[in-house]
Design a protein around this ligand. Sequence first.
Ligand code: SAH
Length: 349
Amino acid sequence: MRTINDKTDIKSLTPEELGEAFRELGLASYRAKQVFAWLSRGCGDFAEMTDLPKALREQLAESFHLYAPAVMRRLESAEDGTQKFLWKLHDGNAVETVVMRYHYGNTVCISSQVGCRQGCAFCASAIGGLVRDLTPGEMLDEVLYSEKESGLEISHIVLMGIGEPLDNFDNVMRFLELVNHPRGRNISMRHISLSTCGILERFEDLEKRDLQLTLSVSLHAPDDATRSRLMPANRGRGVDALFSKCQEYFRVTGRRISFEYAMIAGVNDSPEQAELLARRVKPLAAHVNLIPLNHVDERSFEPSDESTIKRFTEILQKNGVNVTVRRKLGSDVNASCGQLRRGAAMEAE
Ligand code: SAH
């Protein structure tokens, strides 16, 4: 069990574990059910659990850590209604969450760590490195509190915010269990995507879980020279190894992988790279998502221009690849990962 300040982190417990913890405290099992229902609605204070006797609320506050994230900053896009939240966590750290409105439902993009140790050359989250992992309860809070603060019902989740989810594997798996639980927020696994820079050593663990989520791989280049330059995670692993792991994942789970590809001017957007990308993804029947790079002030890269993206897209299509160009949502609120947290850190410096 996870403890924070010597108390059990109650929001990170499954209903079964909560029941067990209550039994150990000599409390009736229906009390655990009541409390789990409160937690799943985003309650952040035992005092608010008004259907529990006051003495019990006090006893619980003694035994368990319960905390609600506070909104540090909030931005709303005038263009498309994208909302972005910077949350203050119990220890003063900050992470961000983005709520996007798509035709198929409201989607929340959540962070899995405070900072990131992967160091991708174009990414704002990598600046400053990894501070700490988020707990399952903190990830759940990103969903529940985004919903509460935005007033929008969330139907889809993408783990594409700050952090590398496979570097925080156990907590992320626990978060998925909690958010998917029928007595909890009950969001379908089919509506959840997990994005990774390619921590291949974890792919098998993920296969074994047999989750119905979509695995999304941040590729950004089909050749080792470019990918290793952009993504340190490629060094010592390599694109061939990445694709053979992806092939195995596809074979074992039967689930198609989706590849993210940020278009960076003069770096990964040549016709030759499009041809090579097509050859690599074809056997996987995979989906390729092209994203015009979001400009990050501290980074020297620029997005590819529209005509280059169009040519790149056409080459993929000509080769029978299923490709989409991601609509840029919330660019007026800096909605790409890590930029808000980074901005707040700079103001504080
Ligand atoms: N660590 C995970 C998830 C977080 S990043 C991963 O690497 O997949 C979510 C996505 O945003 C990744 O595809 C990442 O490469 C991409 N990304 C990061 N910085 C970006 C930027 N400046 N412009 C466009 N996409 C970016």
